[in-house]
Design a protein around this ligand. Structure first.
Ligand SMILES: *Cc1c(COP(=O)(O)O)cnc(C)c1O
Length: 835
């Protein structure tokens, strides 16, 4: 039954109940939702209720929910326009949104009403929610951060907008076949997307290739004209982003590539029908598929096309919107802030210069200060292989005018460097936007740095290392531009939505304000002393573990022991994240348990979720190894108390199931490699204890909870550097540690790959010969700390206290905190109430 409308907090909707226009479109009560649902079954799906499929019902309910966003969406846009507010534009090649229906029901405070409406018509809402495919337009942390930021911008009432690419295929879907990862295309749009609205009237033409003509303008100044080449059309698709508990609905605008003419009439008339259709395909392939590499630059021409495509569309759109209220560009940076999510959109610096200088005829210096005042750049990685550098020859062909502009920026910048540091030729070479060598390349990070007034890292340690090791020359020259913005996660999706049991328990003790003011969780600390609360907290975790166990049984035919420690490592598969350390340790633990069952301190279920980039051989082999270990370990779980499960197709909706059930959060990257991590924050917020290195935001998590509530191990970032400098020899570690040696020998012997005994040799060889990420160097410390974890878990009351303190101190890891810092310190945008 629906709770009476009066039992829910006063709704901020503009609709007065009974007003004729709210009959089926705006009312948030169960009866109105039911009317809206039936209207959409009939008029949007063209079905009778009796013939509607489950998918029709999912679409009908989603459309009914979208209706309820629409008034606020329109009103939000009008408010921003009328008040001519400064806007923050987030440019990101990735948005890892996950599902929208549940999140929108939550943010509109209409979940109960929708559940009641569905129950009345005999539909199970939770089954409808499962029908929605994840919007997986991102690889991992960077894309999910963008999604959390959109939620926080709307919830805090900031005039913010996201721009990106409407990939027809998002991150691949992962199957396991005989323990190997097999990729399938992610056909997330196959059955239609109820959330988006296409706006063909706002399409933007984008040029590629061609040549530059230089003339004398009528005013005597030189003019550059980029002509010829090919034009592709960017068509915007808008998705509403609802704030929680307010009337703000912001926009995520994603661009799809369309051919500029259905086919080239000239070619067609000349009888070359085939070529005319090929050209159409060439254009539309631009928004076809997300590149599935996390923190790795593949260097493909199509990827640079994607980047320029969405950046050019977005900047044209931003300039068009600005000029609705302005006649010149003097106020541009007072009305527009653009944030670059990594270097993927860094070409925007050259594109805004091109628009201002070539198209709008501003003087270079004026355009340059506008550009610098407008852009901010967020760095996301210290990995050398992720640093984007594009061959000058590719630029020259694809974006000839941008290459000229980049050379001009560089010439002027190099002059500044010369004046600041005369005679230091090496410094000039290090700082140049152009990398010399057998193949000249443009360094996109340097372009982003010189074109921005703000450069930020994403955790305190990461920002320190950015200043010290990655961009030291720039940090010395422009110290005031560098700042830190530690990442965060939205507490709406990552607690209120994914963990209703814990949410309810928290609200019963401290009220509901925490969802928009996460520091209020601090009030839980007092309750950590209350045995009743601790018992209730444990019951929540146990129920969540039972629920996950049920799901794992359905999915993988393994019955997890809910009394076991649920030890989870969920994140992209990467050597630096060290899933191998986890795996090798499990082998060592299992060998010990087989020899001496009394050595097992506490039963443990190791859960993994991870996608490997399709071309990343060692990463895919690691997945196969974990599955090989799982097969062996699970076959005699009764004797050892150990279980291992690799859950396929890790994605946002799977994270929402695993995280509430986790006891231990594995955050074991080699110190200095993980920029921040956000999975660590989600798990902390849901009461898992971190087993981690001093890397990324782990450092700040430990500072927040105290050493006694965190399991720390491993070399520090400085020790990692020193160890390598001293000539690290992994084989010496192997020789000197019996447990480690026996585990590696067993893996190498083919024990976990009976069908191909040599399968894992490359993995073991990479550890013994180089071990770039110091798996062996940290093994002993990791194994020892895992014993501490097991012992600590057996002291139930003390363990529960630690968990509660972790939840209580997670407030600083809300993306609301992060977004306030961006808004106040970088963008200078104001919260704007939508009535
Ligand atoms: C949060 C999240 C990530 C990032 O996890 P890290 O542990 O920070 O690397 C990746 N993928 C998904 C689906 C997530 O929800």
């Amino acid at each position: 039954m629906a709770p009476p409308a009066s039992a829910r907090p006063a709704s901020p909707t503009p609709s007065a109940s009974g007003a004729p226009e709210d009959s089926g479109r705006t009312g948030l009560d169960a009866a109105s939702v039911r009317r809206g649902f039936f209207e959409h079954v009939r008029y949007s799906r063209g079905k009778n209720p009796e013939t509607a499929t489950p998918h029709d019902r999912f679409m009908a309910l989603s459309l009914a929910v979208r209706d309820r966003l629409t008034d606020r969406w329109v009103k939000t846009a009008r408010t921003y326009y009328e008040q001519d507010v400064k806007r923050a534009y987030y440019l990101s090649a990735e948005y890892l949104l996950g599902r929208a229906l549940g999140n929108n029901l939550l943010n509109l405070n209409m979940y109960e009403a929708a559940a009641a409406a569905m129950q009345e018509v005999g539909v199970d809402l939770s089954q409808l929610l499962e029908m929605e495919p994840d919007a997986g337009l991102g690889n991992g942390g960077l894309g999910r951060l963008a999604a959390c930021f959109l939620d926080s911008l709307a919830t805090l009432g900031y005039p913010g907008m996201g721009y990106g690419i409407r990939y027809e295929f998002g991150i691949f879907s992962q199957d396991l076949v005989e323990g190997h990862q097999v990729e399938r295309a992610d056909e997330w749009l196959k059955f239609g997307n109820p959330w988006e609205i296409v706006r063909p009237e706002k399409a933007v033409p984008v040029r590629f290739f061609g040549r530059v003509e230089h003339h004398q303008g009528p005013d005597g100044r030189p003019v550059a004209r980029w002509v010829g080449g090919k034009t592709v059309i960017g068509v915007p698709y808008d998705t509403p982003i609802a704030g929680y508990g307010n009337n703000t609905v912001n926009t995520l605008r994603l661009w799809q590539a369309r051919a500029s003419a259905e086919f080239d009439l000239l070619l067609f008339n000349a009888g070359d029908y085939e070529r005319s259709v090929v050209e159409k395909n060439d254009s539309e392939v631009i928004s076809k598929v997300l590149y599935p590499n996390d923190a790795f630059q593949a260097g493909k021409e199509l990827r640079l096309k994607q980047q320029y495509f969405f950046v050019a569309c977005s900047i044209a759109d931003i300039v068009r919107r600005y000029l609705k209220n302005h006649n010149d560009f003097r106020d541009f940076s007072r009305k527009v802030a653009i944030q670059l999510n990594d270097t993927h959109p860094a070409i925007g610096v050259a594109e805004l210069m091109r628009v201002l200088v070539d198209e709008r005829r501003l003087l270079w210096d004026e355009a340059w200060s506008i550009t610098q005042e407008t852009f901010g750049y967020t760095n996301h990685t210290l990995l050398a292989e992720a640093m984007e550098r594009w061959p000058v020859s590719l630029f020259e062909r694809l974006l000839p005018r941008h290459l000229e502009i980049i050379f001009e920026i560089n010439q002027r910048f190099m002059r500044q460097v010369q004046i600041r540091y005369p005679f230091d030729v090496e410094k000039q070479q290090r700082m140049s936007l152009v990398e010399e060598g057998s193949e000249k390349k443009i360094r996109m990070a340097h372009l982003a740095v010189v074109g921005s007034h703000s450069i930020n890292g994403v955790a305190a340690l990461h920002t320190d290392l950015l200043r010290r090791d990655v961009l030291p020359d720039f940090a010395q020259m422009y110290p005031e531009r560098f700042n830190n913005k530690t990442n965060g996660v939205t507490p709406r999706r990552w607690l209120a939505w994914c963990n209703p049991r814990l949410s309810k328990l928290i609200t019963s003790r401290i009220g509901e304000g925490w969802a928009t003011d996460l520091d209020q969780l601090l009030k839980l600390e007092a309750h950590a002393e209350d045995p009743e609360f601790r018992k209730a907290f444990r019951e929540v975790k146990r129920a969540n573990k039972d629920e996950l166990a049920q799901h794992v049984r359905d999915l993988r035919w393994v019955q997890l022991n809910p009394d076991a420690i649920f030890d989870v490592q969920i994140k992209r598969l990467h050597e630096y994240k060290r899933q191998l350390l986890d795996a090798v340790h499990i082998v060592a633990l299992w060998m010990k348990a087989r020899r001496d069952p009394s050595s097992v301190i506490a039963p443990r279920a190791f859960l993994f979720g991870a996608k490997a980039a399709p071309g990343y051989h060692l990463a895919k082999l690691t997945i196969r190894l974990i599955n090989g270990i799982a097969e062996v370990v699970n076959s005699d779980a009764g004797a050892t108390g150990l279980q291992v499960v690799f859950l396929p197709n890790y994605r946002v909706s799977l994270a929402e199931r695993i995280i509430p059930a986790a006891d231990v959060s594995e955050q074991i990257s080699t110190a200095g490699w993980e920029a921040s991590g956000t999975g660590n924050m989600k798990l902390m917020l849901n009461g898992a204890l971190t087993l981690g290195t001093l890397d990324g935001a782990n450092v700040e998590i430990r500072d927040a909870v105290g050493d006694e509530n965190f399991f720390l191990f491993g070399l520090t970032a400085d020790e990692v550097i020193a160890r390598k400098k001293a000539g690290y020899k992994p084989r010496e570690v192997y020789e000197s540690n019996t447990e480690l040696r026996e585990a590696l020998d067993l893996i190498r012997s083919g024990f976990f790959s009976p069908e191909d005994r040599n399968l894992f040799q490359p993995l073991v060889d990479s550890l013994l010969n180089e071990d770039r990420y110091l798996v062996l160097a940290d093994f002993a410390a990791y194994a020892a700390k895992q014993e501490d974890v097991a012992r600590a878990y057996k002291d139930t009351e003390s363990w529960t206290k630690k968990c509660i303190i972790n939840v209580a101190r997670a407030g600083i890891f809300s993306s609301d905190r992060t977004i306030k810092q961006y808004a106040e310190e970088i963008w200078r945008v104001q919260q704007t109430k939508v009535e």
